[in-house]
Structure formats: structure tokens, C-alpha cells
Design a binder for this molecule. Sequence first.
Ligand SMILES: [Cu+2]
Length: 361
Amino acid sequence: MNLRQTLLLLLLVLVPALVTAADHAPAAPVPTSVDDLVSLFNPDIFALDAQGQAVHGMTNAFTSPASDIAREVSANNNFNISIYLPFLILPELMLLYIIFRFRDRKDGRKPATFMGNHTLEIIWTAIPCLALLAVVVPAWNLLWKMELPPADKERALIVEVRGKSFAWDYKYQQDGISIGQDVAGGQEPLVLENGRAVILNITSNDVNHAWWIPAFGVKKDAIIGRYTNTWFTPDTLGVFKGQCAELCGQGHGIMFISSVVVTPEQFTLYRTLQRHRNDTVKLWNELSPAAQGNQETVTQLVAKYLEKGDSPDRRLALRFWIASNYSSVARLHQEKLKPAQVVELGKSRLALVDKLLAAVH
Ligand SMILES: [Cu+2]
């Protein structure tokens, strides 16, 4: 190999990958209708469109990164591929060339045989070493960044993530909000604020699990008696799906994870709705098909709910939770009723609550 060929090879080896530009979604307004709020904060992650395709499909860090970490992991992966690829392609091209160029031409010529070439040996040792160095430095920096707390940790949202066979519980440490399973036993999504870093303190109640949402570029083990930590800054609005990534038992395959990234204004509203959630439970129980919803009791419960505090937020929270709970029940259709019937029942019950809310001053 002459000097020109060596330089060409070096150039190919050190070609940096193009970093995909971040595409930020435009700010979405806070929905005003209860139905829109339910589809925002309590999306049906199994919903199918008219063509039978998943409405909220699983996305990944390489084709659709949705956090700073995912973008860096994706860019780092592209860079590494650009370094590795010449090692995969060039020897194959060289092999094909040699097979053709030095084929047996049946003209009686003897093949040349020789041993040892110091220059060549130095070159083929130095190039892989340089390539490894080129890969190691950015990868090390990224791994280091992922292990350390985020730069703006004072502003970060801190969430305790607790795996259990076979679901996840989330505790928003600063707001004292605990979520996990909805009224129908379905997994609730982790609601996150766009552009605000989130620190996850992950643990388990029983066996080993792993919290993994590919689009966020994050996967971390959940181990009993120990906290593992990870962080990322979501930068794309929408619904993101994940899955427990540690074989944990019979229900492992259905140990889903979902997250909804919302605007800061929507997140403020979400916290408000969560704060009034517990107070809506009695009313919900009375409205559920099993309790048949005795209107007199419901009237009393609405009055009692508003006695504890009567504000537009609190009224909205009551209407939201009634609608959201019906949506969860209809989705998992654990009742004997068909989902469409549950939706109809939900609408009539919500109308009843609306009527009572309007009547109580
Ligand atoms: Cu699992």
C-alpha cells in the first residue's frame, strides 16, 4: 500500500457522522374539553386506526429520538458506524480485486510468495488503534454524561419508578403525586414536561425488572433493595411506548410502559387534576355500573366534593376523572358490557355530574 492509498483509507476511517437536526414540535394549547384532556393525559396505547395500524406505535432512538439523550445516542451510533463501516467494506473490496487481478491465467506464471513487511504491519496496527480511539472518546463522554445528574438538576422533575410484577408505580417526589394503575387496573402513563429534565430513581418491589422507553434512549434495571438512577430531557410532544426489558416472570410480555410528553402549561394542569383525584373516588364508585348511581347519593356526594373546595379547577378535575375512569374501563372492557356501551354509560354519567355541578352553587 502506498502513501496515497494509506491517506485515503485514513480519510475514510475518520469521516464524522452527520448529526440529525432536532425537530421540535410546535407548542400545543391546553385542551379545554374533557374528552380532549382524557385523550391527552390518558391515551389508549393499544388504539388502532381505520387501517388496523397502532395509533401510538413503538418508536426508537435511531429513527425518532424524543430526548436529548436519545439524540446523542443516535448521533454517536451513526458516528461509530461511519468508523466501523470502512473496516467491513474495504477488505471485501480488496479481496474481490485480488481474486480477479491475480487469478490463475493458465499461462504458466508462478505466484509470488513473500513474508514480512514492517511498513504494512505498522499501518495495519496503527489504523485500527486510531479508529478505536476515535470511537472511544465520544462514547466515553456520552456514557459519562448519562451516568451523571443532568446539568440543570435543580429544575429537574424527580420521579421514583417502582417495578412490580407486572406493572409500574410512579411517585413525583416534588409534587407528592403517586400514580400507577387506573380504576380498571391498566397501566397509567408517566406524564412528563417537554424540555424539563427528568431524573428517575428506579427500584423494584419484587424481582428484577428494567424500565425502557426506546425513544428516550434510556433503559435501566429495577432491582429490589437498590436504587438505580437515570435521566433524560424529553424534547418531543406525544405518546411514547416502552416495555419491561428484564425477563421477570409470567406477565413480563405485557408489562408495558408508556409516557406522555406535554407542554409546561398542560403539565401544570395535570398536577392540578392529580391533586383532586382522591376526592373524586367516592363519587366514581357511586357512579360505577356496579353501584348503579343512585342520583340522590350522587347529588350529596357532588355537594360534599364542592364543600371541600369549589373552584373551576376542582370542578374540571371531577369531570375529568369521571370521564377518564370511564375511558379506562371501556378500553380494558373488563365489565360484562361492550366497550361502546361503557362509553355511552360514561357519557350519561358525566352528563349527570355536569348537571349536578351546574345545580350546586
Ligand atoms: Cu419484565
